[in-house]
Design a protein around this ligand. Structure first.
Ligand SMILES: [Ca+2]
Ligand SMILES: [Ca+2]
Length: 133
């Protein structure tokens, strides 16, 4: 009972001190010098003790463009990144896909829109993995 009370109290304190942080990002997804349409782009945020949050999701348009914005309440500074799910440089496109993460610099939190310009999927993101069914 005591530990439950403790957790509730901590949650209340965290909620009271949490500040809303916003992030805006845009770019164009490229593979082999061509824009990639209909790629899944997620605006996500690192968390230490629980799974990362997805703040917003979109698919690229016919020219590979995406634009996302999201917000998150947290006591410390959020660590945002975008995750692109795609098949660029994947050998077996029928069963495999690649998940590439690209960090968003901290100075764009509560700041100007982060224009990533061309996001070249031929280059590896800060974390990059291939997943097969
Ligand atoms: Ca976080
Ligand atoms: Ca979070």
């Amino acid at each position: 009972m005591r530990s439950v009370l403790c957790i509730v109290l901590l949650a209340l304190i965290a909620a009271a001190y949490a500040k809303e942080q916003t992030i805006k990002v845009k770019g164009q997804i490229i593979c082999d010098k061509r824009s990639i349409r209909n790629a899944l782009v997620e605006l996500r945020e690192h968390d230490t003790f629980d799974p990362d949050d997805t703040l917003a999701t979109i698919h690229t348009d016919k020219d590979g463009n995406f634009q996302l914005s999201g917000k998150e309440d947290e006591v410390t500074a959020i660590k945002p990144y975008i995750r692109v799910t795609h098949t660029c440089d994947v050998q077996d496109r029928a069963t495999c896909h690649r998940i590439s993460d690209f960090e968003i610099p901290a100075n764009f939190i509560n700041g100007a829109e982060y224009d990533m310009n061309f996001v070249n999927l031929n280059l590896k993101g800060h974390t990059d993995k291939e997943v097969c069914n």
